[in-house]
Design a protein around this ligand. Structure first.
Ligand code: DAH
Length: 322
């Protein structure tokens, strides 16, 4: 009787090899596993087998049944996939491809750069890990001077820190070049500030510096007027408030209004003679202005975002919706 099982197995395999459609596969399944199928027939015979052969026969039949079931199942999956692919409907709408978008802060920084370049500034770079000397000392902020308190600094060692502003790039640029120069530097800065709706421990700044002979406050005013008009529109107005920065004299805070009230978005002033001395420029011969902008602030206003933390949390809705 065992021979009969082997013979059926042989036959099944020969027929199985030739299957090329789901319909044929189903017919084959019925032929072997159906109610009147070959395997079913063998199972029914188990009870008629002499007891000494019954166990072996039963085991062989069941093993074959399982094998056939598995082969059929695997073949069905394959054929279904193939038939589906054959029926590919090219008129169906495609799956949307999610494209990357620029972060609102990066968009603002890029816009600032574009405006600066348009006004004749050259883009320069500088490190985010900075010497205390460049971040403070050379900018006329000596150690123990109370004005250092304006920047809650993240020190790495006594002499090294995460820069608190982009102003050290003024020093680095002037140290390496002879005047005249007109440079712009956007970048990230760091402060030991709480992470709340209006503060972040890391944020952006952009620095402008112009050094030449006979640069006046009127030049600064004209430049900032053009800058803000390019950025916010031709009707933009600016207003200067007296302020204090150790590296400029006089110093000013600039308020901008393009129809939404006055907002402070930058600090500026005429380069302090001590800063020129620190880089070896003769303050009697050279004059200049400097300004520092806050791209985060600008992006918040421009895109109507009331919490700076949104820029630094990876919520893709922020990017998708702008
Ligand atoms: N570095 C200043 C700050 O972080 C901003 C600033 C003010 C930059 C006046 C300047 C400037 O270049 O002239 O608060």
């Amino acid at each position: 009787m065992i021979e009969k099982v082997k013979e059926i197995e042989q036959r099944f395999k020969e027929q199985f090899e030739k299957i090329s459609s789901l319909k044929e596969l189903d017919e084959l399944r019925i032929k072997y596993l159906g109610k009147k199928g070959e395997i079913t027939g063998l199972l029914k015979k188990i009870k008629d087998i002499p007891p000494e052969e019954r166990k072996e026969f039963g085991r062989a039949v069941n093993a074959l049944k399982v094998e056939i079931q598995e082969l059929i199942q695997a073949a069905r999956a394959k054929l279904e996939k193939a038939e589906k692919a054959g029926k590919l409907d090219l008129t169906l709408p495609g799956k949307p491809v999610i494209a990357g978008k620029k972060h609102p802060l990066i968009k603002v920084v890029e816009e600032l750069v574009e405006v600066a370049v348009g006004l004749g500034f050259e883009i320069v770079d500088g490190p985010e890990i900075e010497w205390e000397y460049y971040n403070f000392e050379a900018l006329n902020i000596p150690e123990y001077h109370p004005s250092r308190d304006m920047w809650s600094t993240l020190f790495i060692t006594d002499k090294m820190l995460l820069r608190t502003h982009t102003s050290p790039v003024q020093i680095r640029t002037m140290e390496n070049r002879k005047p005249p120069l007109k440079v712009f530097h956007p970048g990230r800065v760091y402060r030991k500030d709480p992470f709340d709706a209006s503060h972040a421990p890391a944020f952006f700044q952009a620095e402008g510096l112009y050094v030449d002979k006979n640069v006046s406050f009127a030049d600064l005013k004209a430049t900032l007027e053009m800058f803000t008009r390019e950025l916010f529109g031709p009707k933009t107005k600016i207003r200067f408030l007296p302020s204090y920065f150790p590296f400029t004299e006089p110093s000013t805070e600039v308020l901008v209004n393009w129809g939404e009230g006055w907002l402070e978005i930058l600090g500026a002033g005429m380069v302090h003679p001590r800063v020129f001395e620190a880089v070896g420029y003769d303050p009697e011969e050279w004059t200049g202005y400097a300004f520092g902008l806050g791209p985060d602030r600008i992006a918040m206003i421009k895109y109507g975002i009331d919490d700076i933390r949104l820029f630094y949390e990876n919520d893709l809705r922020l990017i998708g919706e702008l």
